[in-house]
Design a protein around this ligand. Structure first.
Ligand code: ATP
Length: 436
């Protein structure tokens, strides 16, 4: 399947099956803004939960916070966002669309209408807002463009309220907002999206490069955990001229999306840039006292930063497969890792018009729902139900048939091999747990 066709098919599947919807669609749509549908929200929550478990709950050296989207404008002045979070853009003189010159390749005219461009101008990437009922008297602030700043601003509170010791990290996930020019490709680049970030504080005298390498490795482990193919993942060292001035090393991890290789997530060494700026602007001492070595210093920071929406898009593009069956039919399957799939199991009665089968199916559904996301379906025929579950990536389908009533067994069909196993009703849960 051609990769450009794959993207088209994926976009269509996302809408048809309820992963991603265009925002405000009945009003013509708000550009580059999307809503997650019933399946999308499950997939997204599974990614976030896995991330949180892997990077926070299963480690001894990382704690989490959940900061506000709004902060005092001083936070973003200190972080440099108000002054520097700007994009150089050109505007088409005819249709007034704006573009990033670095994304235009060699085009000297507007790709949409052929109009001429203005000279480059700087546009802020921050969404401004006003606190208070009277606009003219209100306090100006901004929606956060990254989750990182809450972490630096809360760092002292975390130190004082927990038992963390350097090296340690603070993690956060949540919505961020960037008023930037976007280029299509569904949820790859949107105005609001979710980040999952860690600020990992180290002693400036320590070998930060060793920790940096460990983080790069850890991020690959996470990629594997969510089912991404490591062969499609490329760590690109960002050259000194393209790095932020305070960063001594940055890796952009790129993924081979169907529309081309582009950034999936990043890892940066930020030195003490953020803490020293917040210390300066707030006047609050943000140094760390290292009791073991009896020394005081401003920690340095390694920052692994992930975009939830891009991970979700990568997972969907990796999982989307079309198979030709012996019958000549094409089967669309989302080969999602079971751990990430929106529904773990679907349950159906073999025949929708046999009350006893339907009743038994409902009873088994109720039981399985105590442990898993279960899709109960008695629409259409069994073939259609299988096809639907394949398309939404459900790893197991349990069918209730006459043997269920007579012998107490069901058939469990595997999404990928399409093989069916006969399993005792009382052992369905154990069977699924073993396969997950
Ligand atoms: P890009 O170069 O693609 O604009 P960035 O380098 O500005 O990304 P960061 O500021 O490092 O990105 O943000 C961390 C992560 O957040 C990115 O690796 C990406 O996964 C995600 N991300 C950034 N911008 C967007 C966006 N507009 N829409 C969706 N996800 C985004």
């Amino acid at each position: 399947m051609a990769e450009d066709k794959k993207m088209e098919k994926l976009v269509s599947l996302c809408k048809r099956r309820g992963f991603v919807f265009p925002n405000s669609e009945i009003y013509g749509g708000l550009a580059n803004t999307y809503d997650y549908g019933p399946l999308g929200v499950e997939l997204k929550n599974n990614i976030k939960q896995l991330w949180w478990r892997f990077f926070v709950q299963q480690r001894d050296d990382i704690v989490g916070i959940d900061g506000a989207i709004l902060s005092k404008a001083q936070v973003f002045a200190a972080s440099g966002h108000i002054e520097n979070f700007k994009d150089a853009l050109v505007e088409c003189k005819k249709c007034h669309k704006r573009f990033r010159p670095d994304k235009l390749s060699d085009a000297t005219r507007c790709p949409d209408c052929g109009g001429k461009f203005t000279k480059q101008k700087m546009f802020s990437g921050m969404f401004k807002t006003i606190i208070g009922p009277i606009e003219e008297q209100g306090e100006v602030t901004y929606l956060r463009p990254e989750t990182a700043q809450n972490i630096f601003v809360d760092y002292k509170n975390v130190l004082q309220s927990t038992n963390v010791k350097i090296p340690f990290g603070i993690a956060q996930m949540g919505k961020v907002f960037r008023n930037e020019i976007t280029t299509g490709n569904l949820i790859f680049r949107t105005l609001e999206f979710e980040q999952m970030e860690i600020e990992y504080f180290v002693n400036p005298k320590d070998d930060w490069n060793k920790k940096f390498e460990q983080w790069a490795d850890c991020m690959h482990q996470f990629a594997k955990l969510v089912g991404l193919n490591l062969k499609k993942i490329h760590d690109v060292e960002v050259s000194e001229k393209d790095r932020a001035f305070y960063s001594q090393r940055t890796i952009d991890t790129e993924y081979e999306f169907p529309f081309g290789q582009d950034e999936l997530w990043g890892l940066a060494y930020r030195g003490d840039y953020d803490l020293s700026n917040h210390q300066k602007h707030s006047g609050v001492d943000l140094t760390y006292f290292d009791a073991q070595n009896n020394e005081r210093y401003l920690p340095h920071v390694i920052e692994p930063t992930f975009g939830v929406d891009r991970i979700l898009l990568a997972i969907l593009s990796e999982a989307y497969v079309e198979e030709t069956l012996e019958s000549g039919e094409t089967r669309v399957v989302l080969k999602l890792k079971p751990i990430i799939a929106p529904y773990k199991v679907a349950v159906f009665p073999l025949l929708a018009n046999k009350e006893k089968l339907v009743e038994k199916a409902r009873e088994i559904c109720r039981e399985l729902k105590k442990s898993y996301m279960v899709f109960c379906d008695d629409r259409g025929n069994i073939g259609k139900r299988y096809r639907y579950q394949d398309e939404i990536g459900t790893p197991f389908c349990v069918t209730i048939d006459f043997d269920t009533l007579e012998k107490g067994t069901v058939t469990v069909r595997d999404r990928d091999t399409m093989k069916q196993d006969v399993v005792e009703v009382g052992k369905i849960e154990e069977y699924i747990a073993g396969r997950l």
